[in-house]
Design a protein around this ligand. Sequence first.
Ligand code: PLP
Length: 439
Amino acid sequence: MQAICRHHITDIHKIGYLSPYRTKGFMYKEIFRQSLDHLKLEGRYRVFIELEKIPGAFPRAKYQNKGQSQEITIWCSNDYLGMGNHPAVVKAMHQALDQDGAGSGGTRNIGGTHHWHTKLEQELADLHKKDSALLFTSGYVANESALSTLASRLPNCVILSDVQNHASMIHGIRYSKAEKMIFRHNDMGHLEELLKNIDPHRPKIIAFESVYSMAGDIAPIKEICGLAKKYKALTYIDEVHAVGLYGPNGAGIVDELGLQDDIDIICANFGKAIGVLGGYITANAETVDFIRSHASPFIFTTSLPPSIAAGALASLQHIRKDPTERLQMHQKVSLVKSQLRQTPIEFLDSESHIIPVMVRNAENCKGISDALLKNYQIYIQPINYPTVPKGQERLRITVTPYHTPEMIDHLIKSLTTVWKEFGLTSCQQKAQKDQAAAI
Ligand code: PLP
């Protein structure tokens, strides 16, 4: 088999096209293997860490490796509040499982709408101060369905999308085939420049996130709403990394800023701070009914199991009435950040709970992650391309209410040691280098 050189293999179609075996029939396995080899060569091959939860001990878990089990501390979970192990959530799921059985039995239209779905949708609409809500099987499906439906069915729609939007939003927009305009990340000047040049009679949607999950920065939501009003655009926000964590009701950044009336459509999920699984949108009655009636990935799929909906409902109800977990999480996040500031470790000191440690190299990122796991029983997944651009590889630390001061101490000491072992520059050295390069 002729070797396919590295720069040729950019996507699977190209490999197929280039394959010298094409005339003898496709060498499917060979094509797949070469693509995987390419990922390995670039240090982007994903290795899953197999975890086994320890009842009542989150964020401690057992790491299963080649038949060996080792206790570790998870420092990268999106179960930000540990609600996946909360007794109220687990109990609600047990009860619903006993009462309603395992599966929902159908699509929402054909036997798959249960009282848990309806109750959860009511709770969500109430939480976000909207008329209605609609459940999806994940946040990904919610974004993809809602954006593709809106942008494809609003006649001659233009969609304006932040360049750092999540893959699910990008796919929804792409699938809609509507005209799209990408604005620079959180750049209001650029967004206005684009809006100005669109025919005022065309429908427009501005799609963005509140908390950007890989850098932890927060969108200028008020300013975006101002522009949306001025240019008569719909606003679509993804609050996946904010619901449960911000605002007086735990409903997200929009709740914290009191901008519920200025945002048209909110999308979020239950897989992060809510600790379960599933996604939703919430908006006025007409918008939700429109998406409910036209979105193919909503219509043609089995609905969430009732026990999942019951667990999400219990979690949301707890978060609404009791801010203990989110307050503790924010305190612990501040503690980790203040300790990191005393080290040479470069991290993005964002306004949110997400703490990205900037390694800026795929191999080192994986190497540091491996060393932390092997030598210090600390699990932080390396984040590489395409999740972040090449050269921006990072370790994304998340802190939960259940990380103790001892665990935090251990994290900071271990990370500092490994950082030095890898010969990474300190923040100060890096700043000096950047300054020198800029002159
Ligand atoms: N939106 C954002 C910003 C995300 O980070 C994610 C998941 O990582 C999703 C949507 C998808 O949510 P889910 O995991 O529920 O599919």
